[in-house]
Design a protein around this ligand. Sequence first.
Ligand code: BF8
Ligand code: SF4
Length: 642
Amino acid sequence: MKELRDVKDLSMDTGVQQMLVKARNEGIDTAFDRASKMTRCGFGSTGVCCKHCLEGPCRIAPGGKGPQAGICGSNVDTIVARNFLVNITEGAASHAEHAREVAHAILEVAEGKAPYTIQDEEKLKSIAEGLGLVTEGKNINQLAREVAHKALEDFQKQHGTMNWLKLRGQAKSIENWEKLGLLPVNAHLEIAKAMARTVMGGDADPANLLLGAVTMGLVDGFAGLHMSTDLQDVLFGTPRAVKAKYRLGVIREEMVNLSVHGHIPLLAEKVVEWAGKLTDKAKEAGAQGINVVGVCCSGNELLMRKGVPVATNYASQEMPILTGALEAMVVDIQCIMPGIQTVASCYHTEIITTLPYAKIAGATHVEFTTERADEAAREIVMRAINNFKKRDPKKINIPQEVTEAYAGFSVEQIVEALKAVNAVDPLKPLVEAIANGEILGAVALVGCTNPRVKQDSGNVALVKELIKNNVLVVATGCAAHSLGKFGLLSPDGLKYAGDSLRNILTVIGQANGLPALPPALHMGSCVDNSRVADLLTALANYLGVAIKDLPVAGSCPETHHPKALSIGTFFIANGVDVHVGVDPQVSGSALVVNVLTSDKENFPVTTDGLFGGKLIYEEDPVKAAEIILNRIKMKRQALGLN
Ligand code: BF8
Ligand code: SF4
């Protein structure tokens, strides 16, 4: 049995460290300790294990020793590429299902069947126009119904190209995908096709399988990320800058604490609404009120639109329960560790699952559908209130640290902030700063935390290195939470920035009545990586170049989920370099590694050559920053910039 590691080596977050000590004292297992005990399988971690039929599992030993083909004759390149495509498909399917739920909800709202009100009519209109719909003379519900039908077509149509790809893709990228025959028809069709081609006896050409992964990246990007963000903005409002609080200290002893965890804001928004309506009931139970706190991407959605505080990010999702002051954790889908139920069974906390296809044994299940959203949300909040009296005061121990952060930087908000500097041509100051080198380039910090990696350390270290070199950083997902916890979403974080970046962010901030903008702009949840893509599209169109020409990159230092890989594939398809700090499990095939990570000069077929972007795998965040900076400088040079 492996030794447990010192809690200081597991997370940078002192509140998390405090809870880890508490967990060990109480004999409770957490993801961090399970990660310490888990040995890595050499075959699995290099991607060379195939379980696609019952002849196997077949595994190819490295270094040419032992069998070099599976029983069916699959070679190592096919096995690794096939496993990679399965991974990307899992990620894309998650995002597509998220988007489909929201599209369906919009349809129900338009038909008066679901208790939500459309919040951003302007955005609905502009999406409708972008989709080629006639908007004149139509009321909001008619328009919403037509937009919902267009969205749902992206899960049904049998010919042509996904509507959302044509709506949001940059023309130059689309041209390239079309030339390569990669355009997806509909999300469900492509997901089914990917399953069919990865089955035993399907596609056995590794290069073709990797191209399949790119199509899946496009499914993820357009029928997942873009569609989700667009329709969520329509339904719940487009985010504007908000100030909010981070870390476990946002849990309050005197309140009924209810955390919302998962991804789709249909549930999260309703829980917040009902928490507001049931304050009196909480007071009757002896609490001062109801405190909703966010975890993971549901946390991001509520933070972006409502300034709801964020308790913690992925790897430490069990910790809010360990405070002993969490009455309930309500979850929907994705990134929810079954381990939360094991921890909750040692406390009064009730885990509440809400989707029929995502239950946890032992948890309470309150079925959430948009049609009965109010009843379900009311029941969930009442359950939390009723649990308040069940607390064991001896078990309460809430870490005190809280940090302040700004979030809510939608593209609309960024453009509005830039308008305070140049009302007529808002992108001009930003583009000029990039052109003259005051801003070297831009990097999106995205994705996760992973219990195998010291929590937050990669995300924070990489960003500090980038901003020191005057790179503008935008952030999403749990990585944005890391930055929020360590002051990088606050103007105070500018102390780590290079002079010219600090000056520009101060000028823009002051034009907007703030001391400065933070060094990293929080753009939202993982599906909101669409906002990053929208920003890149706007910049590329402004300059009349392709996205692949921009001096930008994406980075996910603490990757854990297949969704992070499918998002990364979407950006690579657009020609954006993507760094991962955790092994993407393809190292068993030199061919796959070369296609994904080599420069175009060094290998006959690469994503760098086909799309202009490549995968960078580097565990050390400082070294990764250096590689990213060099690629950004290379792209600057190609644009004729110094
Ligand atoms: O979609 S960042 S750990 S919660 S996968 Fe998961 Fe990663 Fe968090 Fe959000 Ni994204
Ligand atoms: Fe083995 Fe081929 Fe079956 Fe995979 S598909 S388990 S390599 S026989």
